[in-house]
Structure formats: structure tokens, C-alpha cells
Design a protein around this ligand. Structure first.
Ligand code: GLV
Ligand code: MN
Ligand code: MN
Length: 404
């Protein structure tokens, strides 16, 4: 199956016909279709698929444990297949499809890597359903506590434990997975770029592929704003206790604080109760996503938001900054040099990735980015040209030849 063939097979799965965006949430029937697709692609290539304790999928070219015993643990390529609500086609799937295509390219060239390769599909990377991004890799490494994960609930009150069980994965198995971790000698994730760094690289001439440098520290906070329900017509303004007014203050304060501290802050999800046009709300639940070049900048934004909210937000997740292994980063940049010999562009990002979680757990990890002409991501408008995607596949294959 070619890159284009795989892409065409995935295209309709979880796609909203009205917006063109994707709704691919962890442990749903749509997710099961995606996981089945992954297994079928692995089977086509005679790869052995294993599922780890967190439900992440691994498709191995050879026995990973024999390689561990021989002191040469495998090299893993991969990404994720889930999406944010109304997400783009590329964030995640590009890395998985490119990994399969890179393996095909290596095999067509007769390249025999000296250690096994695996293609990984991480579960629940976006955290769109249960609120914790990179849940699969955090569970794998122990960065997310299994009891906490099991008790997280989705918007409909379904717990992660119930969702896992309904999808056929035993929730009791969650927990740091030493056996899987031992098998990972290195991890490379190819991802669509989520900014315009590559489009503007090389003095505006652009570059199809770049290398990740670092991930900004970031986190998610929940705000529970209480008020008093009342009639929208008969309650005098002076008598109201309207939590949406507090929310308005929170949103504008998040923006101004982010500007002041060189950070970014977003209130992208809000629930208003009871959500009636002619009723003053009694309660607002809102989520803040804040990121910055340093932890201190992010903490300063959150402190300002707490001040505007009149209450301390509850930290749902925190991801410290990731600096990818500089030696691996520089090696990748040199390997992927342009025709003029200039190394591939090296870029930081404010987006979170499983590669960051693995790097934090001490696994040598790196990332390749593929040019996104507008930089738009987490949106149906997310895009990469096919020629750039194929350049990404070829870059990934080159990286494997050098590293495996
Ligand atoms: C994941 O894509 C994130 O950065 O939120
Ligand atoms: Mn994403
Ligand atoms: Mn992603």
C-alpha cells in the first residue's frame, strides 16, 4: 500500500462531512476502526503487533526481546491516530503513515537495519476525551498514575476505565510498562509542523523537512466559576452574580498576561450551566491551556488568571520543557542537509508530543517536522503538500539508515 493509498483509506474515518474536520477520540468505535487499520497495515508487512499496558500499539519487524538480550534495543518510529475535536488530517496520522511508507522504502532498497524497527501508534495523544494529553505515553512511562487515569471521565461521565473495558482493553493493566520500555532504544516521530517555521526557513525559500529542537513547557488548568441562577429579564443588573462575567475577565486577563510574559494562553473549552438563553448561569467550567518558553512565564499567566477568577485553577496536567537530545538533533539536521549542504532547519515548538514524554523518560528521541504552508493546525485547514510528505518519508528512511 503506497503512501497515497494509506492516506486515502484513513481519509473518511471519523470525518465530519459538514466541516471536513476529524473527531477521532480515544477508545471510541472510531478509534477501534483506526486501530484495526493499523493492525491491517502491520499484517500486510508481516509485522508482529503487540499492545502495551496502556493500550499503545507496536508493530515490530523482528523479535524486540531478542534484540534487548543482544544489547541492541529497537528503533521506534510512530505517532498517533486520534485527533482534537474537528481536528486536521495530518496531526498524528502523518507520522504513522510515513513510518509505514519509510519501512516500505527501506525494504524496496534492500536495506537491512541492524536492529529491529517498530512502528508505534500511541493511544489518546490529544487528550480530547479524558483531558490528559499524551495519556498513552504518560501511562507507559509512569508519568500518569494508573488510578488517576482510570478515574478520569469524559463529557458524558464515562470513566477511562469503562471506556478501556468497552474497547476490549483491561483497565487493570494500566501502569508503567517496563517490558515495553526496555525494547525502545530510540524513538523518532515525524509530525506535520504546527507553525510556519519551515515555510519561512532559508531566508524565505522554505524547506520541506526540519528537525525539532525543544518543546515549550505547557499545561492545562480547570476553572470552576460559581454564580447564582436567576431570571434574565427580571433580575436587576446590580443583583446578579453571573459567572460568565467572571469568565469574560478570565479570558481577557489570560490574553494580556500571555502578551506580557511572552507566553500563549487559550480558553478553548467552556461549559455553561444550565446553558439557557433567558437564564443567568449558575456555573461555568472553563479550561485554560497555557504555554511559554519558560515555566516561570506560564506560572505567571496562571497566577494572573487565578486573580481574575477569584479562585485558584485546578492543574489537570503539567509538561515541563523538553530539550531533544542535542547530539541526535544535530545528527538529524546534518543528515537531512539541503543540496547546498546547509543543515535542515532546527525548530522549537509549543505543541506537545509523545516524543517529549519519551525524552523526559530518558529515551533518546527526536522529531522531524514536515512543512505546513499556512502553519494552521488543530483545524480542518491543517495541510501539507503531498510532495513534502513524500520528502518526509524519504527523510525518515534516511534517518533509520543512519540510526538503526
Ligand atoms: C497536542 O497537540 C498539544 O500540543 O496540545
Ligand atoms: Mn495535536
Ligand atoms: Mn500530534
Amino acid at each position: 500500500m503506497t503512501f497515497g493509498g494509506m492516506w486515502a483509506e484513513l481519509a473518511p474515518v471519523g470525518r465530519d462531512a459538514a466541516t471536513g474536520g476529524y473527531h477521532r477520540f480515544a477508545w471510541t468505535p472510531t478509534d477501534a476502526v483506526l486501530r484495526e487499520w493499523f493492525r491491517a497495515e502491520a499484517q500486510r508487512r508481516s509485522l508482529d503487533v503487540t499492545t502495551d499496558r496502556a493500550g499503545n500499539l507496536w508493530a515490530w519487524t523482528a523479535d524486540p526481546d531478542a534484540a534487548v538480550a543482544a544489547g541492541r534495543p529497537g528503533l521506534v518510529l510512530g505517532s498517533h491516530l486520534d485527533s482534537v475535536p474537528d481536528g486536521g488530517a495530518f496531526d498524528g496520522p502523518l507520522g504513522v503513515v510515513s513510518a509505514f511508507a519509510a519501512l516500505d522504502l527501506l525494504r524496496a532498497r534492500g536495506t537491512e537495519p541492524r536492529r529491529p524497527l517498530a512502528i508505534a501508534c500511541f493511544a489518546d495523544e490529544e487528550g480530547a476525551r479524558f483531558g490528559i494529553a499524551c495519556a498513552g505515553s504518560r501511562l507507559l512511562t509512569g508519568a500518569l498514575d494508573a488510578d488517576r487515569a482510570r478515574s478520569l471521565t469524559d463529557a458524558g461521565g464515562v470513566s477511562m476505565a469503562e471506556a478501556l473495558a468497552a474497547a476490549g482493553h483491561d483497565p487493570r493493566s494500566l501502569g508503567r510498562d517496563e517490558e515495553t520500555l526496555r525494547r525502545i532504544g530510540g524513538y523518532l516521530e515525524l509530525h506535520v509542523e504546527q507553525g510556519r517555521g519551515l515555510a519561512h526557513a532559508r531566508d524565505g525559500r522554505g524547506a520541506a523537512v526540519g528537525v525539532a529542537d525543544a518543546i515549550w513547557p505547557h499545561g492545562r488548568w480547570l476553572l470552576d466559576l460559581r454564580g447564582r441562577a436567576d431570571h434574565a429579564g427580571t433580575t436587576r443588573l446590580a443583583d446578579r452574580d453571573d459567572p460568565v462575567l467572571t469568565l469574560a475577565g478570565v479570558v481577557t486577563r489570560a490574553r494580556s498576561a500571555a502578551e506580557r510574559h511572552g507566553a500563549v494562553a487559550t480558553v478553548g473549552r467552556v461549559l455553561v450551566h444550565p446553558n439557557g438563553v433567558n437564564a443567568i448561569p449558575s456555573r461555568v467550567t472553563a479550561w485554560l491551556d497555557a504555554r511559554g518558553p519558560e515555566e516561570s512565564a506560564v506560572r505567571a499567566v496562571v497566577a494572573d488568571v487565578a486573580d481574575a477568577a477569584g479562585t485558584a485553577p485546578d492543574e489537570e496536567s503539567w509538561t515541563p520543557s523538553t530539550v531533544f537530545d542535542p547530539a541526535l538533533r544535530d545528527r538529524l539536521a546534518a543528515l537531512l542537509a539541503g543540496p547546498d549542504g546547509a543543515p535542515a532547519p532546527v525548530l522549537p515548538t509549543a505543541a506537545g508530543h509523545d516524543a517529549g514524554v519519551l525524552a523526559a523518560a530518558g529515551i533518546p528521541s527526536g522529531m522531524l517536522f514536515v512543512r505546513n504552508p499556512t502553519g494552521t493546525s488543530h483545524s480542518p485547514e491543517e495541510h501539507a503538500e503531498e510532495a513534502d510528505c513524500l520528502a518526509g518519508v524519504s527523510a525518515l528512511a534516511r534517518a533509520v539508515e543512519a540510526l538503526a
